[in-house]
Design a protein around this ligand. Structure first.
Ligand SMILES: [Zn+2]
Length: 474
């Protein structure tokens, strides 16, 4: 079935790509999804990109339980207020009502900090630099595959430090050295990094740092967050240590996460009217080879040539599509829909000429390549596609980043064409609320380090305190 075009129906396009490319489908409990093999292969490569960087910056993985005593959640007031509406509670188990209800983790600060209280006695026990890969549940009223699902997969890092400076440096290092680096260099997602306004902060955080991407429909996607939690959780869960001067102090905390939502970000950043376009470093399949033959004799020649090709593409993730009963055109469409960066077509005439046809998914270009030079051309082309997808996305984002002169222009630009709108802001929640009511846009990020906004708040006209970037977001 043909895809709707992005211009006509972006949500419909997204839904059909997820379905037809075999990424995921809705499951039976409301808001849950089945991640299918191709979608899961993409997630595994995302995991690899982030996990490598998490470990390279000195963190270790561990695992905490899914179930958390309900009473633990209640100890940090802001946290419980933020999460209570979306928490699933287990009240019955083993055929009877539980004396103490349990929650299914929406995030694990509570159980982790209750446990850190046992692990931390002295400054010598710090820092704790831990991360876990797991599933979480947040009750979702308007689910969308990968973007908002009741259960999703993610990593959550939870670190404990001696000083506030160390914890702030940790939260920023994760944002820049782990999240932005993985997003930009592997997923080819250009992101803006910054701070959240108070109203958009994580429940219980002192500061929330974020990375935000701009999707092809000119809506923003929060692609990852890293929080400096101060001593809020240490105080709520009693994580105290004896400091260097012999004085007791509360530990300083960070937490940070990226999730399966990134799969949605990749689809909506790089996809076109023909389907997905996978950045080569992320692609589960980098090169698909389609052998073309009619007679048995042709098949023998082409199969032999295909074998030579595969052997020559050492280190490349190659798939040979030798399924019987499908025409080559059908196979081409399917792999284009799945966004495989390079397709190699091998027919009897190509073999006779000592060449293969190479087709690029990113720009549709097709060219013959001498068989002897295939490995070099493929390696070079994969690099080019990786760079080109990043550059296209960055150019698109920059072309949709505006600095409106007044609030009327702000509203007009947000309506058409949409994108990031950078505007001076007084810092008052009332102006955020007004923009949200007028346009649905929210502040996506404030500069990582505050800049002098010079001028007046675009909404109320009072002196500005921040330069805020607004957008309609997922
Ligand atoms: Zn204002």
């Amino acid at each position: 079935m043909a895809l709707p075009t992005q211009a006509d129906d972006f949500p419909g396009w997204y839904q059909e790509v997820v379905k037809q490319a075999g990424l995921a489908e809705p499951s039976l409990a409301r808001g849950t999804m089945v991640i299918k093999p191709y979608g899961f292969a993409i997630w595994e490569r995302i995991q690899r990109a982030f996990d490598d960087r998490i470990k390279a910056t000195g963190h270790e993985n561990l695992y905490f339980p899914l179930l958390i005593p309900h009473k633990l959640l209640e100890r940090e007031a802001q946290h419980v207020e933020g999460f209570a509406p979306e928490v699933a509670v287990v009240t019955h188990a083993g055929g009877e009502e539980l004396e103490e209800p349990l929650i299914i983790r929406p995030t694990s600060e509570t159980i982790i900090w209750a446990t850190y209280a046992k692990w931390v006695q002295s400054y010598r026990d710090l820092p704790l630099l831990y991360n876990q890969w797991c599933n979480v549940v947040r009750w979702e009223k308007r689910p969308r595959l990968f973007l908002r699902t009741t259960e999703f997969l993610w990593q959550e890092g939870h670190t404990a430090h001696e000083t506030a400076d160390e914890a702030v440096a940790e939260a920023r290092r994760i944002l820049l050295e782990v999240y932005r680096d993985a997003a930009e260099s592997v997923l080819a997602l250009p992101v803006r990094v910054g701070r959240k306004s108070e109203s958009e902060r994580f429940a219980g955080a002192v500061e929330t740092y974020c990375m935000e991407g701009l999707m092809r429909d000119r809506k923003a996607l929060q692609a990852g967050t890293s929080h400096y939690l101060g001593q809020n959780f240490a105080k709520a869960y009693g994580v105290k240590f004896l400091g260097r001067e012999g004085v007791e102090a509360f530990a300083e905390a960070t937490s940070w996460g990226v999730s399966t939502r990134l799969v949605g970000g990749v689809i909506m950043t790089h996809g076109d009217d023909r389907g997905l376009r996978m950045p080569p470093l992320l692609a589960p399949v980098q090169v698909v080879i389609v052998p073309i033959h009619k007679s048995d004799e042709e098949r023998a020649t082409v199969t032999e040539a295909t074998r030579r090709l595969v052997a020559g593409l050492h280190g490349v993730r190659v798939k040979v599509d030798d399924r019987e009963g499908f025409r080559p055109g059908y196979k081409y469409n399917e792999w284009e829909l799945k966004g495989v960066p390079i397709r190699l077509e091998v027919g009897p005439k190509d073999v006779a000429a000592g060449q293969v046809m190479l087709a690029r998914r990113d720009n549709g270009n097709k060219m013959p390549v001498p068989e002897a030079g295939v490995a070099d051309v493929v390696a070079k082309t994969l690099e080019e596609i990786q760079r080109s997808l990043y550059e296209q996305a960055a150019e698109f984002r920059d072309a949709h980043t505006f600095a409106p002169a007044d609030y009327a222009e702000f509203k007009r630009l947000l309506e058409d064409p949409g994108g990031f709108l950078e505007a001076p802001w007084c810092g008052d929640r009332a102006c955020e609320d007004r923009v949200k009511a007028d346009t649905k846009a929210t502040i996506r990020y404030l500069p990582l380090d505050p800049v002098d906004p010079s001028g007046n708040c675009l909404i109320c006209g009072r002196p500005a305190k921040e330069l805020a970037a607004w957008a309609v977001a997922y």
